[in-house]
Design a protein around this ligand. Sequence first.
Ligand SMILES: Nc1ncnc2c1ncn2[C@@H]1O[C@H](COP(=O)(O)OP(=O)(O)O)[C@@H](O)[C@H]1O
Ligand SMILES: N[C@@H](CCC(=O)OP(=O)(O)O)C(=O)O
Length: 379
Amino acid sequence: MRPHLLRRVRRVVVKIGSNVISDSDGLLLPRMEALCRDVAQLHRRGIEVILVSSGSVSAGKGVLGITGRPQTIPLKQAAAAIGQPRLMRAYKEYFHAEQLQVAQVLLTRDDLANRRRYLNARNTLLTLLDFSVIPIINENDTVVVEEIRFGDNDNLSAMVTTLLEADLLVILSDVSGLYDRDPRTHGDACLIPLVERIDEKIEAMAGGEGSVRGTGGMATKIRAAKRAALNGIASLIVSGMENSILQRVFDGEELGTYFLPARDRMTARKHWIAFTKKPRGKLLVDAGARQALVEGGKSLLPSGVRKVEGRFERGDSVRLCDLDGVEFAKGVIGYNLSELTRIMGKKSSEIETILGYKYGDEVIHRDNLVITAGPEDEE
Ligand SMILES: Nc1ncnc2c1ncn2[C@@H]1O[C@H](COP(=O)(O)OP(=O)(O)O)[C@@H](O)[C@H]1O
Ligand SMILES: N[C@@H](CCC(=O)OP(=O)(O)O)C(=O)O
């Protein structure tokens, strides 16, 4: 079953744990180099790769004379500030050797909780992928306070996976996958190759906190896999300590623990657009645009928009209606009211000339659009 599912993967988020690329002396550069080669090979297969890499604290704490876990938040933040450029310098060098460029993206949970910033982060990352650049994401450790922390990069990687609607989340760790008990303390623990549903039994298998360098242990990885699964995305927890692990996985070797998605992708998101988000405006579109959206599954372009009502900002939800005012869809808009008023009826190629910039060719991307049955109140 697995090779069949992996053949369909076009976009993958790979999370690299601190334990994989660092030890008590700092970064393990030969391992990072090997991993970059492995990622580059995947890229050559036509798979888009986004990295979520830990390791900034491990890379920086030596400069502060710290050998174990930094004991205070300021120390951890200082270590991260020192370590992050070191981490990126290594990635830049190793990917450069593979003719690939990298980009650093530092996020806080706040950035993804706010819908507009969520869409901005998404657009930036998608643009990097369009240019075949490898985004390397980490938590913005130096500025986060408790309220806006992801807490651990397992969680961050799951959020990025759903943000980008990737087809797979791969978590590289210092263990070969999920075992029925913590293999560090139980020599006879057995690897679980497939998890069809993440229930309490599975959750109970993860021990407590992680190691000296790692943050969350197996518990946060299972939570991450669950988050991805609920959004219709499969996950794989596999050892990052072995050579060419990504190649081997995509060549069909049954390594690590594979978590099946819980239900069809997009359902949760579309549900959110259709039912949770309050519409802030109404767009009347012509018959051609209506047909393209409803029958062709296309995005809404400015050329099809005839009239705009309401007050909305980029990232708000709007109702889409035909010229008689009958609603047929809802969507998250990529331009605000004043921008849309200027570009409606125009070709996408004219957007930049009119506004002086553009966020995208579409007024509403089809991923942000849901066809609804009939009209609904705006309240
Ligand atoms: N049931 C389990 N199966 C596998 N590993 C487990 C389990 N329970 C706890 N662990 C521990 O989780 C650790 C991996 O998490 P962590 O130290 O946070 O690493 P990382 O840096 O990869 O995020 C393993 O080294 C392992 O000891
Ligand atoms: N942002 C931190 C990583 C925190 C973290 O989740 O670490 P890990 O459990 O090793 O993935 C860093 O770069 O050191």
